[in-house]
Design a protein around this ligand. Structure first.
Ligand SMILES: O=P(O)(O)OC[C@H]1O[C@H](O[C@H]2O[C@H](CO)[C@@H](O)[C@H](O)[C@H]2O)[C@H](O)[C@@H](O)[C@@H]1O
Length: 478
C-alpha cells in the first residue's frame, strides 16, 4: 500500500502524495471531529498514512470534509498544478512509479508470452484512453489512427469499450457501426447490460435539478449519460470548485439512492447499485463464448526458435456462444483505462494477474516487482489479465502497466492487433531471415518483427530506414 505524507500545521493538513507529486491542503477542523482527535506530530515532522484510508476517512466526515475530499480526489486524478517539489524529487517519484508500472509498450513481449494458449479479450475505456481529454466533452473524438487501431484489434480479438458515456453519444463519436457501449465489437454482435434502468426517471429528474442549480456557475456543465450524470469542473475556475461541489452535495442529499464518484475534473452521480467497470468487465467476460478450436494451438511458424511463440501464436477470432469466460482459464483480458472508474476493472485484473505472473514469469524481473503484492487471498483467485493505466503522471493505481497518453495507447492496441493473426494465416509473410526476423505486410504497412518486438513502417520505401536504425538485415526486394 502506498503511503502519503501528512504535515500538520496550525489550521491545515497538507497531504503530500509522493506518487502524484501533488500537494493538497485540507482544513484540519473539517477532518477531525472531537471524537477522533487530531494526530500529533513533532514540528516539521510528517505522519505517514495510507492515502486511501485518508480519503475514506474524509468520505465518512460531515458535509464540508466530504466536499473537500471530492474536490481533492478530482484534482489528484487530473492534476491542475505543478508540484512545488524539486525536480530531483519529481524524477525520483517518476522513476519509482515506472518501475512498478512499466510501460506497456516495452512489455509487449511479456504480455504476449503470458497470453499464450489464451483468448485475448480487449477492454478499452473511451475518454482519456481512446480520445484525448478535451475541454468540451461533446468534442472528445478519436483520431483516425486510433479509430483504425480499434477497428483492427476488434477484427482479431473480442473487444469492448467500457464507458460511463451514454451509448448514443459514444456510438456517434466512434463512428463504427459495430460498436455499442458496454458492448463488444465483434462483427455485429453486441452485448448490452443495463442494470440500472429502474433508476432512469430519477436520473432525469436529478439532471434537471442539477442543470438548474449549476446554471449560474460559469463553465459548469451537466452531462446526462442516462445511467450516470456528470457535473464537469474542467472549465470552472478552481477557486469555486468547492462551491460547485457543495451544490452537487445538496442535490444528492435528497436522493439517498444515488451515490457520487469522482473522475478527471468531473463528479459523477450514479445509482447505488453494485455496478462499476469491474463488474462490467466480469459481465462481459461472462457473455463471451469460448473460441472455436479451428486451429491447433500454439502454432509456431519457425519451430527452431520458440521465442516467436509470443508473436506468432494464433488467437482465432472468437464467435459468440453461450458459454462464458467469467471463471475460465482460457481467457486473457487486457484492460486499458485512464480514470478512477477504471480502477475497479484494474482490481479485478490484479487478482488474476498475479496468478498469471506466478505461472509464466516467475523468473523475470517483472515478477519480482509484483511479488510484494501477492498475498494468500489473492492467490486463491484464479485467472489472468493485464491492466494498463494511461497517465502522464504517477498515480495510485491497481494497473500493472502504464502508457503515457492516448497516442501510445493506439500503438499498443496496434501491437495487439497485428502479430497474432495475420502472420499465421495470411500470405503476407514477406521474408524470414534466419530464425530471428520476419517482415510481413498488412494493410499497407510493413511490419518488422524480431523476438516479439515489432516496429511498423508505412511502406516498403521506409524499410531501409528501419533496418538501419535496428541494425537488422534488409529483407530484400518484394
Ligand atoms: O467513466 P468513464 O467512462 O471513465 O467516463 C468519465 C467521464 O468521461 C468524460 O469526461 C472526461 O472527458 C472529457 C472529454 O475529454 C473531459 O472534458 C472531462 O473533464 C473528463 O472527465 C465524460 O464527458 C463524462 O461524462 C464521464 O463521466
Amino acid at each position: 500500500m502506498q503511503g502519503s505524507l501528512i504535515e500538520m500545521t496550525n489550521q491545515n493538513v497538507v497531504i503530500s502524495d509522493a506518487n502524484s507529486g501533488n500537494d493538497m491542503t485540507i482544513k484540519v477542523a473539517s477532518l477531525f471531529s472531537p471524537a477522533a482527535p487530531k494526530p500529533t506530530a513533532a514540528p516539521g515532522k510528517y505522519i505517514t498514512i495510507s492515502r486511501r484510508q485518508f480519503l475514506k476517512k474524509l468520505e465518512t466526515c460531515g458535509g464540508g470534509a466530504r466536499i473537500n475530499a471530492w474536490v481533492d480526489s478530482m484534482r489528484a486524478s487530473s492534476p491542475t498544478h505543478k508540484s512545488p517539489a524539486s525536480l530531483a524529487e519529481i524524477e525520483d517519484s517518476n522513476r519509482s512509479w515506472i518501475l512498478h508500472h512499466p510501460s506497456a509498450l516495452g512489455m509487449f513481449e511479456e504480455i504476449m508470452n503470458a497470453s499464450q494458449g489464451k483468448q485475448i479479450v480487449v477492454f478499452l475505456d473511451y475518454d482519456g484512453t481512446l480520445s484525448p481529454i478535451v475541454d468540451d466533452p461533446d468534442l472528445a473524438f478519436m483520431t483516425n489512427e486510433m479509430r483504425d487501431a480499434v477497428r483492427d484489434v476488434a477484427k482479431f480479438f473480442p473487444t469492448a469499450i467500457v464507458s460511463g458515456r451514454c451509448r448514443a453519444k459514444l456510438c456517434c463519436f466512434i463512428f463504427l457501426s459495430c460498436l455499442l457501449i458496454l458492448g463488444l465489437i465483434q462483427g455485429n454482435q453486441a452485448v448490452l447490460f443495463q442494470p440500472a434502468k429502474d433508476f432512469l426517471p430519477m436520473m432525469d429528474e436529478v439532471c434537471k435539478v442539477l442543470l438548474e442549480k449549476t446554471k449560474s456557475t460559469p463553465g459548469a456543465k451537466v452531462e446526462n449519460n442516462k445511467f450516470c450524470l456528470s457535473v464537469h469542473f474542467r472549465c470552472v475556475d478552481e477557486k469555486i470548485w468547492t462551491d460547485l461541489a457543495e451544490q452537487v452535495r445538496l442535490v444528492l442529499k435528497e436522493y439517498p439512492k444515488l451515490r457520487l464518484t469522482q473522475g478527471r475534473k468531473v463528479l459523477e452521480i450514479r445509482p447505488t447499485i453494485k455496478w462499476d467497470k469491474g463488474k462490467a468487465l466480469e459481465f462481459l467476460l461472462g457473455s463471451l463464448g469460448k473460441p472455436p478450436k479451428f486451429f491447433p494451438a500454439p502454432t509456431v511458424v519457425n519451430s527452431a526458435n520458440d521465442r516467436y511463440l509470443g508473436v506468432l501464436y494464433s488467437n482465432p477470432v472468437s464467435v459468440f456462444c453461450p458459454l462464458g469466460y467469467a471463471n475460465s482459464n482460457d481467457v486473457f483480458p487486457v484492460y486499458i483505462g485512464d480514470d478512477r472508474t477504471d480502477e475497479d476493472a484494474f482490481k479485478v485484473l490484479l487478482l488474476v494477474l498475479l496468478i498469471c505472473l506466478d505461472k509464466f514469469l516467475s523468473s523475470s524481473k517483472l515478477f519480482l516487482t509484483h511479488i510484494c503484492m501477492i498475498n494468500n487471498q489473492v492467490l486463491r483467485k484464479r485467472g489472468q489479465g493485464f491492466g494498463i493505466l494511461v497517465s502522464k503522471v504517477p498515480k495510485e493505481t491497481d494497473a500493472s502497466y502504464s502508457l503515457q497518453e492516448p497516442r501510445e495507447a493506439s500503438t499498443s492496441i496496434c501491437n495487439f492487433a497485428y502479430p497474432s493473426h495475420h502472420l499465421l494465416y495470411s500470405s503476407d509473410i514477406l521474408r524470414m531471415v534466419g530464425d530471428r526476423l520476419v517482415y510481413f505486410k498488412i494493410s499497407g504497412y510493413v511490419l518488422l518483427t524480431t523476438l516479439g518486438r515489432m516496429e511498423t513502417t508505412e511502406t516498403t520505401r521506409t524499410v531501409e530506414g528501419l533496418t538501419q536504425r535496428t541494425n537488422l538485415p534488409h529483407p530484400g526486394r518484394f
